[in-house]
Design a protein around this ligand. Structure first.
Ligand SMILES: Cc1cc2nc3c(=O)[nH]c(=O)nc-3n(C[C@H](O)[C@H](O)[C@H](O)COP(=O)(O)OP(=O)(O)OC[C@H]3O[C@@H](n4cnc5c(N)ncnc54)[C@H](O)[C@@H]3O)c2cc1C
Length: 408
């Protein structure tokens, strides 16, 4: 057992400083918990962007970071879905406008680097949060605390650790939580580009036989690209000279935004899915990609993560009011109940949407086309699809209620 004076004690220790860990640490410190945030510095090379939608907006407002995010991002007022599969049965084009559900915009698309910078600044401003830029090398759940050993040998102890350490989570392993994983025959090419014509705050999703090709607005005449392809084709595209790749992306976008010019920085992300069999055990609660990972279809990943964070914050605040042990099995079981349905519904939903796109079976194509058609033509269904696509109404944590969304 380490000497008591070599151990730093906190109410909660958050491990991982991706968007999940940063948001969790900021929220828990704001709630008044003495919080440690343990992770190496954030990745400066992430070219991805995140579409923050629905309940994420009031949540980020409640943390006091929304104004900065809104200023750094671009509003998403319309989602356009185009069936570019060239199959026998194709779906009609569908356009979903935020104004149909009384909102100026569905949310904002922001470059991950900016999002991380804003959350980093928030974290640095919180007096009861200590940031420790180190890797956790061992996590030991004990009877009344978790002890985290850091690379320097320092030990951090807390009654609860929040695992936000990503897909290959060391903390999840220490909690003995198994995962179900499955691979997809696809990779995502991610980059940003400028274009000749304005996007008018419209995000366009071309559905192709290998996956969606999505253009999401960025400030000015710029958009972020997520192009899901076979791994070989994604790598071939990544290796193209700038001018050739720009032309190819313009061709695939049917010149909708005119001439395109790719910006420096391209990444290829192999796609996989993961769902944890439990969201908490042995004084460790999972949030973000530690608990669930799926392909970037429908911009769900981080929005789902922020619901984990908001929900955990609410449950821990209630536990403290009841003078309960923050890492007690009953507290973790409550978190599990709060998150299970939402996580499973989103993970399966994205998986089904992806498989329906890849399938050559005529009945599957027909079902997809009918689904698009109905969602496009039936106003009540359209509104339901839009609202529930943003945040599931029955499951929204308190900080996510009241869709007071950004300027259009
Ligand atoms: C191509 C692509 C596009 C996407 N687009 C969207 C979108 O538009 N909208 C959306 O909502 N989501 C989107 N997502 C999903 C979203 O990007 C992810 O959910 C999110 O980035 C994951 O955040 P995270 O904090 O859970 O994990 P990560 O970002 O993986 O963070 C893990 C953190 O843990 C740290 N860490 C790991 N091990 C240790 C250790 N032992 N000790 C200490 N620290 C450790 C790492 O350094 C890192 O800081 C997209 C994903 C992809 C792949």
């Amino acid at each position: 057992m380490p000497a008591a004076d070599t151990v730093s004690r906190f109410d909660v220790a958050v491990v991982g400083a991706g968007p999940a860990g940063l948001a969790a640490a900021a929220l828990l410190a704001e709630e008044g918990f003495a919080t440690a945030l343990i992770a190496p510095p954030s990745r400066p090379d992430d070219v991805r962007t995140t579409a923050l939608l629905g309940g994420s907006v009031p949540f980020l407002k409640s943390l006091g970071v929304w104004t900065a995010i809104e200023a750094a991002g671009a509003a998403l007022a319309t989602m356009r879905l185009v069936d570019a599969t060239d199959r026998l049965i194709r779906a009609p084009e569908a356009n979903f406008h935020a104004r149909e559900i009384g909102l100026p915009a569905f949310g904002v698309n922001v470059v991950n680097r900016e999002l991380t910078r804003i959350l980093d600044e928030k974290v640095a401003s919180l007096p009861n949060l200590v940031r420790i830029e180190e890797v956790v090398t061992n996590a030991a759940p004990l009877a009344d605390r978790v002890e985290l050993t850091l690379a320097s040998g320092r030990i951090v102890a807390a009654p609860l650790a929040v695992a936000a350490d990503g897909k290959a989570s060391r903390l999840r392993e220490a909690a003995g939580i198994d995962v179900t994983t499955w691979a997809h025959p696809q990779s995502a090419l991610v980059l940003n580009l400028s274009h000749e014509r304005p996007h008018h705050d419209v995000s366009t999703e071309f559905h192709t036989k290998t996956g969606p090709y999505v253009l999401v607005p960025l400030p000015g005449d710029r958009s972020s690209v997520v192009l899901i392809e076979t791994p070989e084709e994604a790598e071939r595209l990544r290796a193209l000279p700038d001018a050739d790749l720009s032309r190819e992306l313009e061709r695939r976008a049917r010149s909708l935004l005119g001439r395109m010019t790719v910006e420096p920085g391209r990444q290829v992300w192999p796609l996989s899915s993961l769902v944890a069999k439990s969201y908490g055990a042995k004084r460790i609660a999972l949030v973000g990609e530690t608990a669930h990972t799926f392909p970037p279809i429908g911009a769900q990943g981080l929005n789902l993560t922020l619901r984990d964070v908001a929900s955990l914050g609410e449950i821990l605040a209630a536990a403290r009011r009841d003078h309960a042990d923050l890492g007690a099995p009953a507290v973790l079981a409550k978190y599990e109940r709060a998150r299970r349905l939402d996580v499973e519904t989103r993970t399966r939903g994205v998986d089904v949407a992806n498989r329906a796109l890849l399938s050559d079976l005529l009945p599957v194509q027909a079902a997809r086309a009918v689904g698009f058609f109905l969602a496009d033509r039936l106003p009540p269904l359209r509104r339901l699809v839009m609202r529930e696509g943003l945040t599931p109404s029955l499951l929204a944590p308190r900080r996510m209620r009241g869709l007071d969304l950004p300027r259009g």
